[in-house]
Design a protein around this ligand. Structure first.
Ligand SMILES: [Zn+2]
Length: 459
């Protein structure tokens, strides 16, 4: 069995994979509730000879392992959906269930491509008896940025040599840099309630503290690095206006390209919170809900990924698919679409381009900014890791949109998924056949983490 045979095996599995991804798409389960999606993967992997292990305290997380010996390769599979993004495979806004959940980040494709890749490589290991272990990691709670952080804390990734993942997006590209590091923190202020009309002097307002903290945070913005992001909502603003609020709560996200900046800004935000409490004679406590790292680059794996993307080649689309993509683009801001097209497909030269075709040149990969956060970043700090993107949405469609849900359920999304499955298995094929690549990736990882080791954002 050669690499071409591994890819050919995946080609034969196409319909089966489409069906699995569609099943998950049709039954979207949000973070923490991914029961049926996780079970579907567990059962399929067990049926295919993988040993399925549970992760204590995480109902919808698991490890499915096949093979023996080195290298031990982790493939990350996610399957959670997003609230409020229900949408049919339609070019008009058409939710299947009003305000229901939907796969607006394409994790139905993400998990299924990872599944396809490990099944193909399992077949290869079985036939060649090569040394190597593959592990499918069932990773829940990605959208709340918590699943993998918890899994790391529980030691679920111990014994792995490296990790691979991918993500549905509007471009085919290997990535060297990705994700913003972040902290998600809830601040709870405690005051003294009193009758707001009769005895306001006896009250100490927790809501005043929340508001003053927000003012302080908005002044802090001016004095942090330009690429930092601070966003908040008020999650408890008290009750009736005639009662001085005893309890109030705000929820903050701090994001920046590097974890060290997030930590530094978070410390300063704690001071702002304390200052607000002092001004209002209230007290404050906080809880770090989740936090994650940016992706640590690994040039060796980046090069290998790019090579495989080129070798395998991006999908081609039918007239029908291009028309569907065009109709979806028409629901977007034309300038945003034009901007994306110019960046990703300059060869289109102002002409209409509906789906990214081909693979973005290696030199341009860093122009693709993945400005969200992901708990996959944390995995890249405990072992060498790489992540790539494939075009599963039309150019200009952003993740976490109804247009993305529509694409994730369409044949456009599925083509991106098959491409991803092939790239993942191609990378694994190379890693299994050339231990020097694994060693080089590990040496690079060790060098990059020499001075800065991973510390869990969770207490
Ligand atoms: Zn996602």
């Amino acid at each position: 069995m050669q690499k071409a045979d591994v890819l050919c095996y995946l080609e034969q599995k196409k319909d089966e994979l489409n069906e699995i991804s569609h099943k998950i798409w049709s039954n979207p389960e949000v973070s923490g509730e991914e029961k049926e999606s996780a079970d579907l993967f567990r059962i399929l992997l067990a049926e295919n000879g993988f040993e399925v292990k549970e992760i204590e305290g995480m109902e919808h997380a698991f490890i499915a392992e096949y093979g023996s010996g080195a290298p031990v390769i982790a493939v990350l599979g996610e399957y959670d959906a997003l609230p409020g993004l229900s949408q049919a495979v339609d070019t008009k806004f058409n939710p299947i269930k009003q305000n229901g959940p939907g796969h607006g980040c394409g994790h139905n494709l993400l998990g299924t491509a990872a599944l396809g890749a490990v099944l193909a490589v399992k077949k290869y290991l079985e036939e060649t008896k090569l040394s190597g272990t593959i592990r499918f990691y069932g990773c829940p709670e990605e959208e709340t940025l918590a699943g993998k952080v918890k899994m790391i804390k529980k030691g679920a990734f111990e014994g792995c040599d490296l990790a691979l993942s991918w993500h549905p997006m509007a471009a085919n590209t290997a990535l060297e840099h990705a994700f913003l590091a972040m902290n998600s923190i809830k601040f709870r202020f405690h005051g003294i309630s009193s009758h707001a009309g009769q005895s306001p002097e006896a009250g100490r307002s927790a809501l005043d503290a929340v508001e003053l903290m927000n003012v302080g945070a908005n002044y802090l913005r001016e004095h942090v690095i330009e690429k930092a992001r601070i966003h908040y909502t008020i999650t408890n603003a008290g009750g009736a206006p005639n009662i001085v609020p005893k309890e109030a709560e705000s929820w903050y996200y701090v994001r920046a390209p590097f974890r060290k900046d997030v930590e530094e800004i978070t410390e300063r935000l704690f001071k702002v919170a304390k200052g607000a409490a002092m001004m209002t004679e209230t007290t404050v406590d906080y809880e770090v809900i989740s936090g994650c790292y940016e992706m640590l680059p690994n040039k060796v794996l980046f090069d290998l990924t790019y090579q495989n993307m080129l070798e395998i080649g991006a999908p081609k689309y039918t007239e029908e698919e291009l028309a569907f993509a065009k109709a979806l683009q028409e629901t977007l801001d034309p300038q945003a679409v034009a901007g994306e097209t110019k960046k990703l497909m300059p060869e289109a030269n102002g002409e209409e381009a509906n789906i990214h075709q081909g693979v973005l040149e290696k030199e341009k990969a860093n122009s693709v900014v993945v400005a969200g956060s992901s708990d996959s970043g944390d995995v890249s700090w405990i072992m060498p890791m790489n992540l790539f993107l494939t075009a599963c949405f039309p150019l200009g469609v952003a993740n976490h949109s109804w247009q993305a849900t529509a694409s994730s359920g369409s044949s456009i999304g599925m083509k991106g998924m098959h491409f991803a499955a092939k790239v993942l298995s191609g990378i694994m094929y190379d890693l299994l056949n050339d231990p020097s690549i694994v060693n080089a990736a590990k040496a690079e990882f060790n060098k990059r983490t020499e001075r800065r080791k991973y510390v869990s954002p969770l207490k």
